[in-house]
Design a protein around this ligand. Structure first.
Ligand code: HEC
Ligand code: HEC
Ligand code: HEC
Length: 451
């Protein structure tokens, strides 16, 4: 029974009925044959020394594109030993230990078992895996590339480490429910090149849609946690951040070019767009070590999704950039100023922010990008601006230069809301956000829970 594809068009209640039916069915099947898929008397996994060094090196670069370490390592923990909590609408799921430790990691897994996990989301014991592990994207990765990743993972240091039990609500807690979810939303796939496009574009599409799993964050998810394919890369939610649209609906005031996307993906910042923060920072951190051609290919593919390329597409953006010095950007919205709250926001901005985000300074390599150019305050969602204002921006451990201090300690919720409203009114010509106080409260609460 494959319902994926058609299910998306059905109204929500029909989908729920389908889910209930599929759940029942899955429960029956799972009760009877959960273990049937266990690979009988699996051959011993390959020995560490049996992998070719070039294959391991290729696997390392591929694993970086897949962000395996980012999800399978907890802060301060050993690489790939798992235990990182991932929050979902259904509760918390912990990433597993994928070091080659035979007891607590995947040391006993054969290459075939590993391939099945990557392509079908099934573990060595035949159990379904939660799609937080983005196998709905990894299913597109070729067998050869998976074999290289396997060689890389199996040659890491084994770490003996158990991970905490997941904390999920019913029915998500019930693993056979994943079978129902898969029946609705998962299709085993292979990447089919588009012959009308260049080899570079196809390489980029293969990496972005597959291993890079950009859509896991940048595509909106439905109530059952599945990506809404008809709004592919149209903007999504992750860890209470907003991952902006990478399509023609991109809110970036300056249209992105492939070169600019390359700089952003490779270096974490672009002078006409701003900085990669929050959940995007591990992504760019990993891409810094990936073959340059591969990052360029991803940039070419994403640029094509955003708008048709061409000299004309750049004109409005360049004109805006030329004028977008902080004191000028968004001046068209000056008429909206004058309320008490915006005055309060302006006062805070002058006192706390203007030293760095000061008027009269065009974006350079050293000056912050003019706020009016950033997606943070042009997005349909205020959460990234709130996060950055409260938490600040910090470099990766070991790297230099604290970028911006957080203001959680200095500013009350009301002050942050007034300030963020002011940034929106002063530096953009977009409509005011309506949900800023709630978002400030939620994000502040999230910061408390983390402590
Ligand atoms: C977005 C976070 C995320 C990313 C990125 C990610 N994983 Fe995972 N992975 C998980 C989670 C969470 C689980 C556990 C799922 C479950 O318990 O059902 C998991 C499970 C697995 C498993 C099954 C292990 C077991 O013990 O059952 C393997 C193998 C695996 N991941 C390999 C990888 C590889 C290789 C990559 C990179 C190409 C990768 N993962 C990237 C989150 C992630
Ligand atoms: C773990 C979640 C996650 C993944 C995976 C991810 N992103 Fe992002 N991305 C984000 C978030 C969150 C932001 C917003 C961060 C900010 O504004 O600082 C973002 C921002 C961006 C931006 C800036 C958009 C703009 O207009 O400002 C680009 C471009 C981007 N991502 C490209 C990609 C590409 C390409 C991939 C896949 C190779 C990818 N992202 C994978 C979470 C993710
Ligand atoms: C010590 C200097 C400093 C101060 C003070 C400061 N910032 Fe920043 N801010 C930065 C830097 C540096 C960046 C990174 C931007 C870049 O590299 O282009 C940044 C980025 C941002 C961004 C994200 C822009 C993007 O690229 O998406 C926002 C939003 C922001 N600041 C808001 C504020 C607000 C609001 C205040 C006052 C409460 C403030 N900042 C105070 C230095 C500062």
């Amino acid at each position: 029974m494959r319902l994926a594809g058609t299910a998306d068009k059905k109204p929500m209640n029909a989908r729920k009925i389908l889910l209930a039916a599929a759940l029942l069915l899955a429960g029956v099947i799972a009760g009877g044959c959960a273990d049937r898929t266990r690979v009988a008397a699996a051959p011993a996994p390959a020995q560490r020394t049996s992998f070719d060094a070039a294959l391991v090196a290729r696997g390392a670069r591929l694993a970086a594109i897949g962000n395996c370490a980012a999800c399978h390592t907890q802060p301060g923990g050993k690489a790939f030993a798992g235990g990182l909590p991932l929050s979902t609408p259904f509760g918390t799921i912990y990433s597993t230990n994928i070091t080659p430790d035979p007891d607590t990691g995947i040391g006993r897994w054969t290459g075939e078992e590993f391939l099945r996990a990557m392509h079908e989301g099934i573990d060595r014991g035949g159990r379904h895996l939660y799609p937080v592990f983005p196998y709905d994207h990894f299913t597109l990765v070729t067998d050869d590339d998976v074999a290289a990743i396997y060689a890389f993972i199996m040659t890491r240091d084994p770490v003996k480490a158990d991970v905490p039990a997941n904390r999920l609500t019913f029915p998500a807690r019930f693993r056979p429910a994943i079978a129902a979810w898969k029946a609705l939303y998962f299709a085993r796939g292979v990447y089919r090149p588009d012959p009308s496009r260049s080899a570079e574009w196809n390489r980029g599409a293969y990496l972005a849609e597959g291993l890079g799993h950009c859509g896991a964050c940048h595509t909106p998810h439905n109530a059952l946690g599945a990506e809404e394919k008809q709004r592919d890369l149209g903007g999504g939610d992750v860890e209470s951040w907003h991952a902006s649209s990478l399509t023609v609906t991109s809110p970036a005031p300056v249209p992105w070019t492939a070169d600019q996307l390359f700089d952003y993906l490779r270096g974490g910042r672009e002078v006409k767009h701003g900085i990669a923060a929050g959940p995007m920072s591990p992504v760019v951190h990993d891409l810094a070590g990936v073959a340059e051609n591969d990052v360029r290919a991803i940039a070419v593919y994403i640029a094509s999704r955003m708008r048709p390329e061409g000299p004309d597409a750049q004109k409005p953006g360049n004109a805006l950039f030329a004028s977008a010095r902080p004191e000028e950007a968004g001046s068209s919205s000056g008429t909206r100023r004058g309320t008490a709250s915006l005055d309060e926001g302006e006062g805070i901005f002058i006192g706390a922010c203007a030293t760095c985000h000061s008027a009269g300074l065009a974006a350079t390599d050293r000056q912050p990008v003019a706020l009016g150019l950033t997606t943070s305050i042009n997005a349909p969602d205020p959460r990234n601006a709130v996060h950055i204002t409260l938490e600040g921006l910090w470099p990766d451990p070991g790297e230099r230069g604290a970028l911006m201090p957080g203001f959680a300690g200095e500013l009350s919720d009301g002050q942050v809301a007034a300030l963020v409203d002011y940034l929106r009114a002063r530096f953009t010509d977009k409509p005011a956000w309506t949900d800023v106080p709630e978002r400030v409260r939620e994000i502040r609460q999230g910061m408390r829970d983390e402590r």
